[in-house]
Design a binder for this molecule. Structure first.
Ligand SMILES: Cc1ncc(C[n+]2csc(CCOP(=O)(O)OP(=O)(O)O)c2C)c(N)n1
Ligand code: SF4
Ligand SMILES: [Mg+2]
Length: 289
């Protein structure tokens, strides 16, 4: 039994999210899952991008890094390659993860580094005041789609599966206990784990509210879904509107993580090696001086 508690992750910086924002539920779930797993603040790294949700590392006592918009997965992959022992998480918004960071998203899913990716999916660009995002439903009126969004919405869980992801889940910010369980499973999974989180934005998304989700979400584990069955996972991933599944949609055990397969790291992660073991510093200096 670990003596790490949720309080260990408390910071003196108070969140500036709007009252009622779904990010509070996600924040609580994340702290709870780390405490439950006995991961101490110095053993975890939380990387974010830019957005309302991406402010999260600022509010938490943990190794935190707010990167640039759309790039947290690339930075997190570098950290994991350097230090395999670190529990690496990425927390960012739907615009960050699936829009500007969409290319990193699909390639990280197929690369399979041991990173847990929590996406605060409010279906809008909230920080910049209400432009439509890749997950905004087709036809929705926003500040940048006054006549309705033309494009079809991205289905992130289906995309992750198509790219070969080995752990794909969906949570709901209004069910933080359930979400904490999903985050725990994602952290335990030794590969890339996507946890797309339905996150009400009480200011810029007045349609997908707590009540709207509350009437629709159902738990996959209670419905007898088998996450090891890829065909069943594809069917579940296609469900939306009247019934929205939350829980582990797909998992695959035994696939090696990316960092375990990089030949240059056969002798161990960089943090465990001396600089002279990794490179001939003298030769490098002579070449570039
Ligand atoms: C390269 C770059 N392009 C655009 C922006 C402006 N920008 C900041 S946050 C953001 C959208 C954030 O949306 P999302 O990731 O969904 O986060 P949310 O605010 O909804 O939590 C944009 C477009 C930026 N900071 N950097
Ligand atoms: S604008 Fe929306 S996403 Fe941003 S803090 Fe407020 S409720 Fe949360
Ligand atoms: Mg968003």
């Amino acid at each position: 039994m670990s003596d790490i508690t949720v309080k260990d992750f408390d910071s003196w910086v108070k969140p500036s999210w709007c009252p009622g924002c779904g990010d509070y539920g996600i924040f609580a779930a994340l702290k709870h899952s780390l405490a439950e797993l006995g991961v101490a603040p110095h053993e975890a790294l939380v990387v974010s991008g830019i957005g309302c949700g991406s402010k999260l590392p600022d509010y938490m006592h943990v190794n935190g890094l707010m990167t640039i918009h759309g790039r947290p997965l690339a930075v997190a992959t570098g950290a994991k390659l350097a230090n395999h022992a670190l529990t690496v998480l990425v927390v960012d918004g739907d615009g960050d993860a699936y829009g500007i960071g969409g290319n990193h998203f699909i390639h990280t899913a197929r690369r399979n580094p041991d990173i847990t990716h929590i996406v605060e999916n409010n279906q809008i660009y909230a920080l910049t005041k209400g432009q439509y995002s890749p997950t905004t439903p087709q036809g929705r009126v926003t500040t940048t789609s006054p006549e309705g969004v033309i494009e079809r919405a991205v289905n992130p869980v289906a995309v992750a599966m198509a790219m070969g992801a080995t752990f794909v889940a969906r949570g709901f910010a209004g069910e933080p206990k359930h979400l904490a369980g999903l985050i725990e499973e994602g952290i335990r999974h030794p590969g890339y784990a996507l946890i797309d989180v339905l996150q009400p934005c009480v200011v810029f998304n007045r349609v997908n509210t707590y009540a709207w989700y509350g009437e629709r979400v159902y738990k996959l584990e209670e419905a007898g879904h088998d996450p090891y069955d890829r065909a069943a996972a594809q069917r579940v991933a296609a469900e939306w509107d009247d019934r929205i599944p939350i829980g582990v949609i797909l998992r695959e055990d035994g696939a090696p993580s990316y960092e375990r397969q990089v030949p240059a790291l056969n002798a161990g992660p960089l943090v465990e090696r001396s600089l002279t073991d990794v490179a001939d510093i003298g030769a490098l200096l002579r070449r570039f001086m």
